[in-house]
Design a protein. Structure first.
Length: 393
């Protein structure tokens, strides 16, 4: 995605919010139809063609729906149909309900997505159906236009994101291999000894966030004070997300330029970040601790980093089985669960080798170690650089 800041007028913002509401309503209606189906039924839920016919009938009977853009509404049905196919294909989670204030957006594809004009060096504009020409900040060159998505985040900022296939970054051609171990305390530890950290909120921003969260807990539901407090929290969260995305972009670009092969652990992040709440009959254990771990994983951009690496270093990213990489000595190959003394220190009891635990795991990943049941490992890959600490990329 190539994203730009949208600058709608107050009147255009009202129209854009109307498109978002229509797209959300159509999505939820399609989800309701699909949710009524269960395995074993003879009839299947309607697919896109039948739902598009039903949409035409609904627009004829409802003036408020007819006032919106049919392009936006039909695309919501296409997006839902694709979400169902992705779910059954095993690549995505089950489609969920979309809520006002959380899921504000719609997508435009085809010829209408190509109605974009460059105004000057800093600004361009896009023709949104039934909204008109909307200006956006031209912070980077415009990509090839095939489709775009207009979204409004929780802090109230509007963006337009063009779907593009990014160009791959050529490797250095030296044959150098790097292993990347993703963690919570250290966002990404490299086999070269470097430890990279996602820039967090400053201490002052964290204090303000805590104060706002306390104020939110005391505010009455539906009050103006609660709405203002939620908006202030959303702005801080958006600032944190922007820093994380910027770190991911810089780190992935740097790794794609400096190494020919990039090896990462093959982690199922979707499964790892599932809630541990459980059910009434079978409640979960250590729910608060698991929720904190989930927040830590998501805050360090594990999935975003690998996704961008696969875009920028296409064909050069290898996923290595994660089993025992943190318990195996990168020098002698001995596997010992007691060797990792704590979060930061790895001390092999066989060869007395001591190293940072995350860097040791990264060296194992760089070696492509898939530890078998007997504990045998591949030949060790030597570290090629002096260890250093980097707080940003």
């Amino acid at each position: 995605m190539s994203r730009f800041r949208l600058a709608p007028t107050p009147e255009q913002e009202v129209a854009l919010l109307g498109h978002c509401a229509h797209a959300r309503y159509i999505w939820n209606l399609a989800l309701e139809q699909w949710s009524m189906w269960s395995a074993g039924r003879r009839s299947y839920p309607p697919r896109f063609v039948e739902q598009a016919r039903q949409l035409t009938e609904a627009r004829a009977d409802n003036e408020w729906l007819r006032a919106g853009s049919q392009t936006v509404q039909q695309q919501a049905l296409r997006d839902f149909d694709q979400a169902v196919m992705n779910f059954f294909g095993g690549t995505h989670r089950r489609p969920t309900w979309r809520k006002a204030g959380m899921h504000e957006g719609f997508r435009i594809v085809g010829a209408q997505a190509q109605r974009v004009e460059k105004l000057n060096r800093k600004w361009a504009r896009v023709l949104v159906p039934k909204v008109g020409w909307v200006k956006f900040r031209l912070s980077k060159p415009l990509p090839d236009l095939k489709s775009y998505r207009v979204v409004r985040d929780r802090s109230g900022r509007w963006h337009i994101a063009f779907a593009v296939v990014p160009d791959s970054i050529p490797g250095p051609g030296t044959g150098e291999v790097v292993g990347v171990d993703r963690g919570v305390a250290v966002s990404a530890a490299l086999s070269t000894g470097e430890q990279l950290l996602v820039p967090p909120l400053s201490p002052g921003e964290k204090r303000r966030l805590r104060a706002l969260q306390q104020r939110l807990s005391r505010a009455r539901k539906g009050s103006n004070r609660r709405a203002k407090t939620k908006a202030a929290i959303a702005r801080l969260k958006a600032r944190e997300a922007d820093r994380r995305k910027d770190w991911v972009e810089q780190t992935s670009t740097r790794l794609a330029r400096e190494f020919d092969v990039i090896r990462v652990e093959d982690l199922r992040i979707v499964h790892m970040t599932r809630s541990a709440t459980g059910t009434v009959d079978n409640p979960g254990k250590q729910v608060r601790q698991k929720a904190g771990l989930n927040r830590g994983i998501l805050a360090n951009g594990w999935g975003q980093l690998v996704q961008r690496l696969e875009h920028k270093a296409a064909g050069r990213v290898e996923r290595i089985p994660a089993a025992y990489t943190s318990q195996t000595c990168s020098r002698c190959g001995t596997r010992d669960r007691e060797a990792r003394e704590n979060q930061a220190v790895f001390r092999c009891r066989s060869c007395k080798y001591t190293a940072n635990a995350d860097v040791n795991a990264a060296v194992n990943i760089a070696a492509g170690r898939a530890v078998n049941a007997r504990g045998a490992t591949a030949v060790r890959v030597a570290e090629k650089r002096e260890p250093q600490l980097a707080t940003s990329a």
